[in-house]
Design a binder for this molecule. Structure first.
Ligand SMILES: Nc1ncnc2c1ncn2[C@@H]1O[C@H](COP(=O)(O)OP(=O)(O)OP(=O)(O)O)[C@@H](O)[C@H]1O
Ligand SMILES: Nc1nc(=O)c2ncn([C@H]3C[C@H](O)[C@@H](CO)O3)c2[nH]1
Length: 212
C-alpha cells in the first residue's frame, strides 16, 4: 500500500493516477467531486468545519478498509494528515474544544481498529513537496470554483497556514517508510521524462523495502 501526502494542489491525485497505471493497481481517490460538504465549508468554515472533518475521516476509513482487502493499492492522501486540518480548524476557531476532543477520540478508536487489521501501516508514504507559489498556481490552474483566491481573498491566508504545517508534519511522520518528491522541479503531469524519474525513484524505494 502506497499513500500520497502533501498540501492542497501538490499533485497527489495526479501522481496517484500515474502510479496506479504504472504498477497496475487500484487507486482510492479522496472524496472531492461527490463531497456534499466541501463547498459549504469553503463558504462558511465556522459552520461546516466539524462536519467536513467527520465526513473526510469516515471516507478515509472506508477507503482504507477497502484497500486492505487487496494486496496492492494506492491511497490519495493519508489518514495521518486529517489531524493537521483538524488542528488548524481548531486554531482558527472553526472547531470547538469539545468537537476537537470528540474527533480525537473517534480517530483514536478508528486507529485501534486499523491496528487489528492484517496490514497495519502503509508500506510507503510518498510526500510531494511544493512551494507556496506553486501551491497557489496549481489550485488556480485546477480551477475548482470554491477554492479560488480570486473570488475569496481570505483563502490565501488559510492556504499559507496549511502550507506552513506540512514540512513539520512530514518531519514527524514515522508510521512507515517515507520519501519526498520535489513537485516544483518535477513536472510528472506534462513531462514524461520527469514522470519516469519519479516512478523510478519510487520503484527503487519499493525494491529497497523488498516489495517488488
Ligand atoms: N508536478 C506537477 N507539474 C505540473 N502540474 C502539476 C504537477 N502536479 C500537479 N499538477 C497540476 O496541479 C493541479 C493539482 O493537482 P492534483 O489535483 O493532482 O493535486 P492534489 O494534491 O491531489 O490536490 P488536493 O489536495 O486538492 O486533492 C492539477 O491541475 C495538476 O494537473
Ligand atoms: N478542512 C479540511 N479537512 C480535511 O481533512 C481535508 N482533506 C481534504 N481537504 C480539502 C482540501 C482540498 O480543498 C480538497 C481536496 O483535497 O479537500 C480537507 N479540508
Amino acid at each position: 500500500m502506497i499513500v500520497l501526502a502533501g498540501t492542497i494542489g501538490a499533485g497527489k491525485s495526479s501522481l496517484a493516477k500515474a502510479l496506479g497505471e504504472y504498477l497496475g493497481t487500484e487507486v482510492f481517490y479522496e472524496s472531492v467531486d461527490n463531497n456534499p460538504v466541501l463547498d459549504l465549508y469553503y463558504k462558511d468554515p465556522k459552520k461546516y468545519a466539524f462536519l467536513l472533518q467527520i465526513y473526510f475521516l469516515n471516507k478515509r476509513f472506508e477507503s482504507i478498509k477497502a484497500a486492505y482487502r487487496q494486496d496492492n493499492n494506492i491511497l490519495d492522501r493519508s489518514i495521518f494528515e486529517d489531524e493537521l486540518f483538524l488542528t488548524l480548524n481548531y486554531k482558527n476557531g472553526n472547531v470547538t474544544k469539545i468537537e476537537l476532543e470528540i474527533y480525537k477520540e473517534l480517530l483514536s478508536n478508528m486507529m485501534e481498529e486499523l491496528e487489528g487489521m492484517p496490514k497495519k501501516r502503509p508500506d510507503l508514504l510518498v510526500y510531494i513537496d511544493v512551494s507556496f507559489e506553486t501551491m497557489l498556481s496549481r489550485i488556480k490552474q485546477r480551477g475548482r470554483d470554491f477554492e479560488q483566491v480570486d473570488d475569496q481573498p481570505d483563502l490565501e491566508a488559510y492556504y499559507r497556514q496549511v502550507h506552513e504545517e506540512y514540512p513539520g508534519w512530514y518531519e514527524n511522520y514515522s508510521a512507515s517508510p517515507k520519501i519526498s518528491i520535489n513537485g516544483d522541479e518535477t513536472d510528472f503531469v506534462n513531462n514524461p521524462k520527469d514522470l519516469a524519474k519519479v516512478l523510478t525513484k519510487i520503484d527503487n524505494e519499493l525494491s529497497k523495502l523488498g516489495l517488488t
